[in-house]
Write a protein that binds this ligand. Structure first.
Ligand SMILES: N[C@@H](CCC[C@H](N)C(=O)O)C(=O)O
Length: 289
């Protein structure tokens, strides 16, 4: 492996990522390397890492290579692997555009949550076909400090627990993860969204992400929230036959989510490349000892 490793930094509604372009999948990225790169003091800093690999070169994506040239090998900032990242997939495609790998149009991206179609315009916001949500049955309670709320399970490829609250401040500082009852509800961990109403079809959320802590946004989380809100509001498109569009404010900006009668979900939001550079070879070598 060459010691010259390129990186970029990007964000989507301030959910920020270290981007490591590695088309042929030759860079060794064990969890410790990911945590070091995502460290905000000793590394580059990010909620997660987007490892950009050709699908044909990655064992987890070879089966999707005929449909999607590129695989988003997404890692959480703590080094763990997640199935999907909604903000990440927009930033991933913004990177592909920046690098000249794709131009405007519909871009298929392989993820662990399946192939996603991303609509890319020359500039402006990016729309992603996020697929359908699964709503596992089961009563779950989420607690922060002295407060508890019922939570709705929504799986967007990755797991979410959505709780409607009167005031986002009631979720506390979220320095520690919320707790769940039953404690066995999420054996693989969960992303927890706390949601407050802002107006008709307009909500705001805070999120505690599995593998990252509180972040400024979560794209899959915003989709999970729109699905849960539509059910709560009697606007479930599967029942009404009419699409439901929700504006979801996150601490880092705004996402717009549309749920269609067939269950397909579209997410629209920004994606920004902030910087690019080269990782210092000595730092990289020392950080891996
Ligand atoms: N921020 C992401 C979600 C990233 C993965 C999540 N932390 C998990 O472990 O499932 C998004 O924008 O969807």
């Amino acid at each position: 492996m060459s010691t010259r490793i390129a990186f970029l930094k990007g964000h989507g509604t301030e959910n920020d990522f270290v981007i490591i372009p590695d088309p042929e999948n030759v860079i060794d990225l064990p969890p410790a390397a990911v945590t070091t790169l995502c460290d905000r003091r000793a590394g580059i800093g990010g909620d997660g890492l987007l490892h950009v690999v050709r699908s044909a070169a990655h064992p987890e994506a070879q089966g999707m290579a005929a449909e999607a040239e590129w695989f988003m090998d997404y890692r959480n900032g703590d080094g763990s692997i997640a199935e999907m990242c909604g903000n990440g997939v927009r930033v991933f495609v913004r990177y592909l555009q920046h690098a000249g790998h794709v131009t405007e149009g519909d871009i298929a991206v392989a993820t662990r949550g399946g192939v996603k179609t991303v609509h890319l315009a020359k500039d402006g916001d990016i729309t992603v076909g996020m697929g359908k949500a699964i709503l596992p049955e089961g009563d779950v309670t989420v607690s922060v400090g002295e407060r508890s709320w019922p939570a709705r399970n929504v799986n967007m490829g990755n797991p979410h627990a959505v709780a409607f609250v009167d005031d986002l401040a009631h979720a506390g500082n979220l320095f520690t993860p919320p707790s769940f009852s039953p404690a066995s509800a999420y054996p693989d961990g969960v992303n927890a969204e706390f949601v407050a109403d802002r107006g008709p079809r307009h909500v705001a959320l805070r999120v505690h992400e599995r593998g990252a802590g509180e972040t400024r946004s979560c794209g899959t989380g915003a989709c999970a929230v729109a699905v849960a809100a539509a059910r709560r509001d009697g606007a479930d498109p599967a029942v009404t036959g009419t699409p439901a569009t929700y504006t979801v404010d996150v601490p880092g900006g705004r996402l717009v989510i549309t749920v269609r009668p067939d269950g397909e979900i579209e997410m629209t939001g920004p994606a920004v490349i902030v910087a690019e550079g080269e990782i210092d070879a000595d730092w990289w070598a020392a950080s891996r000892r």
